[in-house]
Structures are given as C-alpha cells and as structure tokens.
Design a protein around this ligand. Sequence first.
Ligand SMILES: Nc1ncnc2c1ncn2[C@@H]1O[C@H](COP(=O)(O)OP(=O)(O)OP(=O)(O)O)[C@@H](O)[C@H]1O
Ligand SMILES: [Mg+2]
Length: 362
Amino acid sequence: MTDTRPLLLEVEDLKTYFYLDEGVVRAVDGVSFTIRRGQTVGVVGESGCGKSITARSIMQIVRPPGRIVSGSIRFHRAPPSNGNPGEVIEITKLDPMGKPMRMIRGGEISMVFQEPMTSLSPVHTVGDQIMEAIMLHQSVSKEEARRLAIHMFSKVGMQQPARTVDRYPHQLSGGMRQRAMIAMALSCTPSLLIADEPTTALDVTTEAQILQLMRDLQRELGMAIMFITHNLGVVAQMTEVVMVMYMGRIVETATVDDLFYAPKHPYTRLLLKAIPKLGSKAMGTATRLESIKGTVPHPYAIPRGCPFHPRCGDMIPGVCDAVEPPVVNVSDTQTVRCHLYQSAPSRDVIPLTPQSAAKVEH
Ligand SMILES: Nc1ncnc2c1ncn2[C@@H]1O[C@H](COP(=O)(O)OP(=O)(O)OP(=O)(O)O)[C@@H](O)[C@H]1O
Ligand SMILES: [Mg+2]
C-alpha cells in the first residue's frame, strides 16, 4: 500500500568519507532513502557498515577527517498545505556550526546516542543541560525552562523528577541517564528523532521500559524515528520499514513483514539467521550480528562489483565480482541491490538463472 504521509527527510546519494593517511574510508557511499512524517524507520547491519555516520551526517556532526563529500539531505520543515508549497531545507548546504543548523539540530531533528555519557556533560547537572537545550530553541525564561525540564523528566518516567534534575550524570543509573537523554532529545518536540542503539547498553527490563516509552511518546508527539540497532528483535517491535546496510550502502529496504518473511538480499538472509532470539537481549558482542561467515572487508579496500560478493553463497562469477548491482524495485515497498534480481514489468521477482533461483527460493 502506498504511504501517503508527507515526506520529512529525503536523503539522496549521500557520500561521507574519512580522509586518513592510510587511505579513504568510504563510511557512507551513495545512500538514498526517505522518511515520512510519523514513520519509524529501522537501520540494521553489522558493525562498521555506516549506520552511525549516516545519522551523524543528517545532524551535521561528522568530525574531521570525515566529511560529507556529495549528495543531498532535504529536510521538509513544513509539509505542503492549501496551495502552500511547504518549506524544504538542504541540510548539506548549511554551515554545521551556523545558527540555522543549530536550530534544526536538537530542535527539529534530535539524536539519542548509545552511550549517554558521550553526549551528557559530566560537569553540569542533567537539569541544567536540558534547560540549556530548551532555552536555545524556545524563547522561555529560566524558571519556565526548569518547569518544562521537570515536566519532561516525569514524562520519561524519571522518579522524583524535581529532585533528579539537580543531579549530575554520574549520580544516575544507566537507565536514568538514558531517560535523561531521551527527555533532552524530546524537550523541543522534534519532528525526527534519531535513536542510535539507544538501549544496547541497558539491561533487558530497562530496555523494555525505554522502548515502550519511545513508542508512547511517538504516539503522543507524532514524531518520526530513525531507529539504529543491531537487534532484529527490536526492529520487529519498533519499526515499520527497515534499511539493511552493508559497507556504506543500503542493500535492501523492506517493510518489517517482508524483511522477516520475504527477505531478498543474501546478506539480509544471513543477518536473519544470526538473529538473537526474539525478546532476548543482545548481550555484549556475543549476539551482535557478527556471526556471519567471513569478515567484513577492510573499509579501505571495498571489493569490486557487489561489495558482498566475497562472502556470498549465491555469487555469480563474472557478474557479482565485476559490476556493482543497481537498486532493483522488487515491489512498491521493497528494494534490493543484488544481481539475482531484476525489476520486472509484472513486478514479480525474476531470478537470473534457474540455479540461482533454486538457491535463493529454498
Ligand atoms: N572518526 C573516524 N575516523 C575514521 N574512520 C571512521 C571514523 N568514524 C567512523 N569511521 C569508519 O566509518 C565506517 C562506518 O562507521 P559507523 O560508525 O557509521 O559504523 P556503524 O554501522 O555505526 O557501526 P556500529 O554498529 O559498530 O556502531 C567504519 O568503517 C568506521 O571505521
Ligand atoms: Mg554506530
């Protein structure tokens, strides 16, 4: 079914590279996707595939020697209505430190990181930090900002919010710190929340509470969420559509149902085999999605053709190791970058050869 919700973010052919003495790391290498208002989009893929750098590019917080090399990130600040064309901002054209970008960052697009201590200042109380964020984006007095901070803390389920605002991050538990960061991220009711593995560092009970909290707040505030995770169980609970990344590229985009019941890319299929049991907690590295045969090639040396071909059981010699596959629309809601598929007028999937068909449709 076609999604009619207005567009919120359009990323097109985004490339973000790191220029190191040893060579160029193509962390994000031609990524295109869209997020609609209120939509929850999951991003999955093994460690180092470019999930965080995609997110950091949207926020314009990629640090040197990394930078956005090309591509576009269009943020639809206001949807078109009643003949009004709406307002679209090209984020890549904004100065990362300039006022327009600072107003978007933390105001209209905000981010929750995996480890709160990397984004919370250890020398200020959590209350001061959330008040600063509120006052940067809204013209309110200090007293009003404090009232709003306490309100946000109670909204995210913080115990004794009026007292907790005066605590320092190190005086809070991991779960409370994560709640404080979510409160800060949501204090200006962003239209897009980027959650980069927001629960990986938490125990299973706290993780369940934080996920529930994010779902409730999304329903209430109507924001879109870009949810980055290693945990496909979390994807199943939290997202509507999923992007699978491999070596800086999106190799498959699918609805959650199609991802689990009709995955197309051989890499997606392997990821699903490596899935931690639904409902279980990804503990440390043991159940991170790294149990796939072979290792990710070195980021300086991306293989020719399809970057996944050295690890792929369905590799077609002379094709997969020679030509990079284009994006193929296998249905209105599913795309795949793999030579085993081609767009067909009937929109049915046509595998290239009977042998590869037998392999894929097992
Ligand atoms: N500061 C940096 N300097 C050099 N290379 C970097 C830097 N930050 C990231 N990279 C490289 O960019 C690529 C993508 O990194 P990114 O952090 O986006 O991965 P990820 O998918 O978020 O992984 P993880 O699941 O481990 O968080 C990796 O190859 C990484 O080594
Ligand atoms: Mg990351």
